[in-house]
Design a protein around this ligand. Structure first.
Ligand code: ZN
Length: 148
């Protein structure tokens, strides 16, 4: 069967995967090792996400990858009911969260193990890693359980 013949209404559903490039490879390499790494500016020290070639604060192209805490808070969220991409419809309803990391940048992800009615703005979360394939690991978040 040619690739063209696989397309169409009966084509198998494939979850889209991120495709690393030279600008974000350090982020995805870290995720594969279960370490959350963000770009940091060598010149001014600003930490940025999503990855990009230049620092948005001082425009320097000198960046490095720095391990960050993986902790943050839910800045905002939504519950997706659909319609959505067909491949995700079976999972609906599901959440999409924007986490503000302790280091400042925001990251779009999902909150695992949490019913929609338990998600609150400002709730503390920490990163977990989901090995979705041999080459791709996604950073997701879970609530931080406070000690009594
Ligand atoms: Zn900078």
């Amino acid at each position: 069967m040619s690739d063209d013949a696989k397309l169409g209404p009966s084509a198998p559903l494939v979850i889209p995967q991120p495709v690393p490039n030279p600008d974000n490879a350090g982020f995805w390499d870290g995720c594969r090792q279960h370490v959350l790494c963000l770009q940091s500016c060598v010149r001014c020290g600003a930490v940025r996400h999503p990855p990009r070639p230049a620092c948005p604060h001082c425009r320097s192209f000198d960046g490095e990858w720095r391990r960050v805490s993986g902790r943050g808070v839910v800045y905002t969220f939504t519950i997706v009911h659909g319609p959505t991409l067909a491949v995700f419809q079976e999972q609906a309803p599901y959440n999409v969260v924007v986490v503000q990391l302790a280091e400042g940048p925001f990251m779009v992800s999902v909150l695992i193990d949490t019913p929609a009615d338990r998600i609150t703005i400002g709730m503390p979360v920490e990163v977990v890693f989901d090995d979705v394939s041999d080459t791709v690991t996604l950073p997701k978040f879970r609530p931080v359980v406070r000690q009594a």
